[in-house]
Write a protein that binds this ligand. Sequence first.
Ligand code: CTP
Length: 407
Amino acid sequence: MSLMNGKNILLGVSGGVGAFKACELLRLFLKAGSGVRVIMTESATKFVTPLSFQSLGAEAVSYDMFAEKRDTLEHVSWADWGEILVIAPATANIIGKLANGIADEALSTQAIAFDGNILLAPAMNVKMYNNKTVRKNIEYLNSIGVNFIGPETGQLASMITAAGRMSEPELVFKRTRQLLLNRSSLRGKKVIVTAGPTVEPIDPVRSISNYSSGKMGYALADAAAGFGADVNLISGPVHLDVPPSVKIINVKTAEEMLSAVRKECAGADLLYMAAAVADYRPSVFHRQKIKREKDSMRLDLRANPDILKSLGRNRPKVAIGFALETENIKARAIEKLKEKNLDFIVANNPTEKGVGFGSDFNKVALYGKKGFNLILEKAEKFDIAVKIIEESIKLLNKRGSKRKKQN
Ligand code: CTP
């Protein structure tokens, strides 16, 4: 079942031009199966109406603390109901109120009564964002564990390009999803993820590659950040947004990926080698574009280094590989598990309908040492990633306790 399914989300909306983005954010939460109650400041109601959120499917919308209603202790009962409070957009005004304990309307009152995770997506004019008091308020909220996403640099309402735009709803959704995971599971751990294809150039305009979309690797990086890890994502060329709180290292060829993996894996705790590394590269790189001259041509290829095999002393405490197989999946995956000295291997078949390359879904089998195996039925790649990480946390913890016993 999806992580977001059945979650109770409090969505706070304060008054800024970005308020319309909260409608899209609500839609994303609802699509993922979460229940959402919306709390608006009075000024937010000037930008979007409570009816907009109600019509989109919010469970309830609160904006007037003094309106006649059945639940007079709404600020307390909603705070108990919500698993996370997301305020998007968060104006300088609401940030100031949260930092100073002011509760003078529906949203700030609910926020003060709420003791769970809070995520703020600031949006304001750049001059306001750079204001010393606003910065001090943000710093203070950060120091007491309030989470922030953005603001992004982009075109503001004033038409200038500067920092102050609210992060896109998709990104706020992803950060919320991360914050619903148990952040202490991998706190202080260094996690390396590789993703996407490698691209091996033939000449300045042509290359050899594969159809990997990078989605599985990006989902792993996303989920690992949610579990509280410091995540470095080494990615081949893909068309995906970098997940929140993840450091990206872009590479192109297998050789570039190899040197990035070697460098980053030193001192790392976990490695997820989800990249589809091209097995071969052209033996020679033609500096000029190859001309069409004959009816056929031969391209001489040379094997790329096997990144996992060549890790040696840089191998992290737990290393997980992926096996992309179109036949004899289990036997081949187990062969690779042994050959590459992995803790477990995630096997999948990219030709299966509705999963694999390019899809948002996957269906995989995990094979490990001593006959360990676990089938993960078709689910969103993020949810598959959560399960894979949970299994690797078990291994990492076992290693940790073994070491402690030895000492
Ligand atoms: N891998 C690697 N270096 C390579 C090729 C693959 O580290 N040069 C890693 C992949 O990232 C994956 C695992 O090895 O985690 C298995 O990759 P896969 O492409 O399934 O297998 P190969 O080892 O390339 O073997 P084959 O293509 O013959 O199936």
